[in-house]
Design a protein around this ligand. Structure first.
Ligand SMILES: Cc1cc2nc3c(=O)[nH]c(=O)nc-3n(C[C@H](O)[C@H](O)[C@H](O)COP(=O)(O)OP(=O)(O)OC[C@H]3O[C@@H](n4cnc5c(N)ncnc54)[C@H](O)[C@@H]3O)c2cc1C
Length: 381
């Protein structure tokens, strides 16, 4: 008998889940993978686009190249999810399945930060990164703020990486001494679970004259005065604002009854929702790990392993352990790594730091290359 699995969202979570089910189960499973987009883009590729290192076309991995047999991809927009019936409506039809996995990620709510659209830029979408790529070359003097508008947000080290890469970009153009860079983050340190990582980032900030404004969130931009308004009322003047917008679950998830407090609650070991046969993985959940691709992928592997065991009649596999590794760009073609563990000591995530090096940069490149090959059958980078 074939088990039907409907996977909503072809990001890190949806791609890994579909690939693993196809590899492990072959004809025993019929996977339908739905995404409104025609291509996948790694989150970190947006930094490459913003700093003009790669073109948007070069970082798009087209779903038409998906290399997975037993997976049917549909480019459609999901308009309704009925988790009790495991029924999904899209602009192209209606689907029902034995198992439903929601991997719809996090959307950006630019309008939640008044003034952001008029006076600033977000760099978390490809379009936003592209618009900054066009603005950066003419930015020569003044204050640049890298500011977080709300938590949780994807890839907690990304604002720090962006400031370091901005410094490098301005140095290369010989205008760094005319620019002030400030980073506004709602945490006390850049990467709270790992004091060693935070110390290394703050040391780099010190070395590069990047100012760190901890424990603060940008609530609005004032287009008249060109000031960022912080959550304590303080105002920081800026000439260029690079923003991390407020994140929220996609509207279709909010309307489905799956979300509570903004995100989908799941059993943290099995990723099961409260609806039988319905799982959720990745950024769309409140599982307790950061919103990052490596965690979405790890959670997807756990759901896949459970389905494989169930379909094959094998014993229950180990549950999700809440661990993952994040890379951090340090400039000069060096990348650091932090290995984080969110579940071993409840309430106290821990992280181990690996200092920046060319070797870790190669490891990050290999991470991307291996996913391109595994999910899309593409060689090279
Ligand atoms: C600048 C930046 C740097 C980053 N760096 C890293 C990094 O170094 N390492 C790391 O691990 N993570 C990084 N991330 C985070 C990472 O990209 C995300 O956390 C990851 O993509 C989440 O995976 P996901 O599968 O949960 O969701 P996503 O990858 O966001 O996938 C969700 C999918 O659902 C689709 N979708 C949403 N709504 C609908 C709908 N209604 N109908 C149809 N389809 C829909 C979307 O099109 C999308 O393809 C970075 C992110 C950014 C922005």
């Amino acid at each position: 008998m074939t088990t039907s699995v409907l996977v909503l969202g072809a990001g890190f979570g949806g791609l890994e889940l579909s690939t693993r089910l196809s590899e492990e189960l072959g004809d025993l499973v019929a996977v339908t993978l739905i995404d409104r987009a025609d291509a996948f883009v790694f989150g970190f590729s947006k930094l490459d686009v913003m700093f003009g290192k790669r073109t948007p076309g070069a970082v798009r991995l087209r779903y038409r190249d998906l290399a997975t047999p037993h997976v049917r991809f549909r480019q459609e927009t999901i308009t309704a999810i009925d988790p009790a019936a495991r029924r999904v409506t899209t602009d192209g039809g209606t689907y029902e399945a034995d198992v439903l996995v929601v991997a719809l990620g996090a959307d950006y709510d630019v309008a939640a930060t008044p003034g952001l659209a008029e006076a600033g830029h977000e760099f978390y979408s490809v379009a936003g990164a592209e618009s900054l790529r066009d603005v950066l070359p003419s930015f020569r003097t003044g204050t640049a703020i890298v500011g977080v508008c709300g938590a949780p947000f994807k890839c907690p080290p990304a604002p720090s990486e962006t400031a370091i890469l901005l410094d490098e970009h301005l140095r290369a153009r010989g205008v760094r001494d005319r620019v002030r860079i400030q980073v506004v983050i709602p945490f006390g340190t850049p990467v709270p679970p790992s004091p060693a990582t935070s110390e290394a980032i703050l040391a780099k900030f010190g070395e590069r004259s990047i100012e760190f404004v901890p424990g603060r969130r940008v609530t609005a931009l004032d287009p008249a005065t060109h000031e960022a308004v912080l959550d304590d009322g303080a105002r920081l003047p800026f000439d260029l604002f690079l923003g991390i917008p407020v994140h929220r679950a996609p509207a279709v998830v909010e309307a489905s009854g799956l979300a509570e407090g903004g995100w989908i609650p799941v059993d943290k070991h099995t990723l099961a929702t409260r609806f039988p046969g319905v799982y959720a993985v990745g950024d769309v959940t409140s599982v307790g790990t950061p919103k990052a691709g490596v965690f979405s992928e790890g959670a997807a592997r756990v759901v896949a392993d459970q389905l494989v065991a169930r379909i094959r009649g094998a014993s229950e596999p180990p549950g999700y352990d809440g661990t993952g590794s994040c890379w951090i760009e340090f400039g000069d073609r060096e990348v650091a790594r932090v290995d984080v563990d969110f579940f071993s000591t409840p309430g106290h995530p821990t992280g181990t730091f690996t200092a920046p090096s060319g070797r870790t940069a190669a490891e990050k490149a290999e991470f991307a290359t291996s996913r391109r090959a595994r999910w899309f059958g593409l060689s090279g980078d």
